[in-house]
Design a protein around this ligand. Sequence first.
Ligand SMILES: Cc1cc2nc3c(=O)[nH]c(=O)nc-3n(C[C@H](O)[C@H](O)[C@H](O)COP(=O)(O)O)c2cc1C
Length: 385
Amino acid sequence: MDERIAPLFSPFALRSLRLANRIVMAPMTRGFSPNGTPGADVAAYYARRADTGLIITEGVGVDHPAALGGSGVDGDNAPHMYGKAALEGWRAVVDAVHAAGGVILPQLWHQGVMREMGTGPHPEVESVRPSGIWGPLDRTAMVSPHYMETVAGEPGRPMSDSEVADVIASFARSARWAMEIGFDGIAIHGAHGYMIDNFLWEGTNRRTDRWGGDHRARTAFAAELVRAVRREIGPEPVVNFRFSQWKQQDVRARLAETPQQLAEVLGPIADAGVDIFDGSQRYFDRPEYDGSPLNLAGWAKKLTGKAAQTVGGVGLNSGVYDSKKTGGSDAAVENVHKVAERLARGEFDLVGVGRAIMHDPEWTRRIREGDELLPFDEGSRLVLT
Ligand SMILES: Cc1cc2nc3c(=O)[nH]c(=O)nc-3n(C[C@H](O)[C@H](O)[C@H](O)COP(=O)(O)O)c2cc1C
């Protein structure tokens, strides 16, 4: 093995998690689970990638009627974590991954303001939004004009206290069921402009009660939710929490303008029971704040003392939204050496890889054996191979 990439293949242990290497398949919505139920094709898709140290599944809707809704490849047929059929489907996925020697966490997801009303498993229910608003309507480049007109701009009302409690309880229930069917821990989607992030970000949280206020006050929902999940699953399994500066509402948005603000955001969430912070960036090699090379995951680790996971453009030349524009990107081996170097320095502990592993189930083996990487093909978003 090329010694420059050797750090990626060192083992990792935390609570009950035991990983053979530091590569993590990043969560990627695929939309191949009709009625919210993953089938044998989904099990085979994940099992083929079991030599990746850790698999984090696509976003999986929690047991709340407004958790999911969407159309097209990024929304339709998303899986959920409730009900006999879906849970049995997930049990088969977990068994297949374990049989192939892998480790797998489900990414629990509530779409919050991003949910497309009139769609999903419960088209009749209203979406729930912390302050009734979708966010600023003039800064997104991510969603269609149709969506902006029919969904985003529709005025809503702030969530009531009991609606807030219901969403929190839905994460706890789904986490418990996930552990009961054999998952190796829990990942929570707190990023990208979905429900948890809606509370964290001032663009979507204007509340003046206990769920809103300054940076620290806006973490109350996330912290309460993590505490509820931890209570359900006990002390042994890991809790991985994804957060991001960017949102689909505004790719340039920042939750925290300074390390001090980031400490205020992550501190209470860390104390609530998170073990690994997954700092979602589009490019892992971008420093987060002036005056330091640390990226978002690096800062999360430094500020909280928890483990951290990076992501963004590993093995590829362009970031997730830039490659959509260019129609694809070439494989880039050089930056795999670079991410390994930063891992070895202790900046972060785990390395998330999204599109490259979605496209190529052999990616981890290729890296280990020094095989040439395949050029990325955007068409791989449309198939489950
Ligand atoms: C098709 C697709 C679906 C995605 N779905 C999710 C998701 O469900 N949850 C999530 O947190 N991130 C999601 N992401 C973001 C990825 O987890 C990852 O952060 C991003 O692709 C950057 O990593 P990459 O440059 O290695 O692809 C998705 C990305 C892609 C390409």
